[in-house]
Design a protein around this ligand. Structure first.
Ligand SMILES: [Zn+2]
Length: 296
C-alpha cells in the first residue's frame, strides 16, 4: 500500500483500480502523440501500457490522517452501480475490493470522520453509498460528508446535467442518499476544514471543483481533484482532458496549481496518476517536470 508522510500527516492511497484507461488521443483531444516520445518517463510501464497504447489510469481515494482525524478524499466509483450509457460503461456494475483495501489500511467504515468529495463525477463519489436491502445507503455511518456547495448546486440546479448527462444517475445513487440522510455539510472555496486543511477553487474540469490543501509548518500537500489526469499535463499544461467542462479555465487553473507546487514544494496528490501516484513539480526551463515521490 502506497503511503506518504508529510509533516504530521500521513496520506495513504486506497486503490479501487489500476489499469490501462484511455487511449491518449481520446483522453486529450488533439494530442500530438509525438509528445509522449519527447519524455521517456511518460512511456514507462507505470504511466503507459505499450500493448494497448493506453495511458495507465488509477482510481483511488486519498486517506488522510491528520490531527487525530481520519479523512477520506474522494470515494472512487463504487460497486454494483448501473452505468449503462456508453461513455460510462467502464464504471458499470463494478466489483472492486475498495472496502477491503480500506480495511487493509486499518480503517473500518465507522472509523471515517470526514469524507470530502472534490467534485461530484462518477469516479469520485461512488463509495459514498453502498447497496443495502435494495437501495443505496451511506457507507460511512459516523462520517460527515463535505460537498462543495457550488458543486452540488451545479448538479442539482445548474448546468451540470446538460453538460454531462451520463453523470445524472451518479448524483441520484451516490450523492442524494447522503444529503437525504442529513450527513452532508456544504463547504465553500476558502473554507478551513480543520487547522492546516483548507479547500480552494480549481475551476475548469467542473466549474465548481475544489482542491484540498494541507499546509503545516513542516510540510504541505495538495489533492488536486481532476486538475491533472496524467503526468503528461505537467509537461504540457495546455492539454485538457475530454472531460473538462471549461477548457480555458482548466488551463488557467492547471498553471496556477503547478506554480503553487513548484514554489511551495507541496506534494502533488492527483487522483489518477499511475505509480507512485504522487510527486513533486519542479521548474524546468520555461516549464515544469514531474518528480515521482518516494512512498514512506
Ligand atoms: Zn476523475
Amino acid at each position: 500500500m502506497t503511503a506518504f508522510t508529510i509533516g504530521s500527516a500521513t496520506v495513504t492511497r486506497v486503490e479501487e483500480v489500476l489499469e490501462p484507461g484511455f487511449l491518449p488521443a481520446f483522453l486529450f483531444p488533439g494530442l500530438d502523440s509525438a509528445i509522449l516520445d519527447e519524455h521517456p518517463q511518460l512511456k514507462q510501464p507505470n504511466f503507459f501500457h505499450a500493448e494497448s497504447g493506453k495511458v495507465i489510469s488509477s482510481i483511488h481515494g486519498w486517506l488522510v490522517r491528520l490531527g487525530g482525524k481520519t479523512i477520506l478524499i474522494d470515494t472512487c466509483s463504487g460497486n454494483g452501480k448501473a452505468r449503462a450509457l456508453p461513455l460510462l460503461r467502464r464504471f458499470n456494475m463494478l466489483s472492486f475490493p475498495f472496502m477491503e483495501n480500506l480495511a487493509a489500511a486499518g480503517v473500518q467504515p465507522e472509523d471515517v470522520d470526514l469524507v470530502i468529495c472534490t467534485h461530484l463525477h462518477v469516479d469520485h463519489v461512488g463509495w459514498n453509498t453502498r447497496a443495502k436491502d435494495g437501495r443505496f445507503v451511506p457507507t460511512f455511518p459516523k462520517a460527515r460528508y463535505l460537498f462543495g456547495r457550488a458543486e452540488y448546486e451545479h448538479w442539482t440546479d445548474g448546468p451540470g446535467p446538460s453538460l454531462f448527462p451520463e453523470n445524472v444517475p451518479v448524483i441520484e445513487d451516490s450523492v442524494l442518499p447522503v444529503v437525504e440522510a442529513g450527513m452532508v455539510d456544504f463547504i465553500d472555496a476558502g473554507d478551513t476544514i480543520m487547522p492546516g486543511l483548507t479547500v480552494e477553487a480549481v475551476p475548469g474540469h467542473t466549474a465548481t471543483q475544489l482542491a484540498v490543501k494541507c499546509e503545516m509548518p513542516d510540510g504541505a500537500f495538495i489533492c488536486t481533484a481532476d486538475v491533472l489526469h496524467q503526468p503528461l499535463q505537467i509537461y504540457h499544461p495546455e492539454l485538457n482532458s475530454c472531460f473538462c467542462e471549461d477548457g480555458e479555465a482548466a488551463r488557467t487553473t492547471r498553471l496556477r496549481v503547478l506554480e503553487y507546487c513548484a514554489d511551495s514544494g507541496a506534494l502533488l496528490l492527483p487522483m489518477h496518476f499511475g505509480p507512485p501516484h504522487a510527486g513533486h513539480v519542479v521548474r524546468d526551463g520555461d516549464g515544469y517536470r514531474f518528480e515521482p515521490a518516494r512512498p514512506s
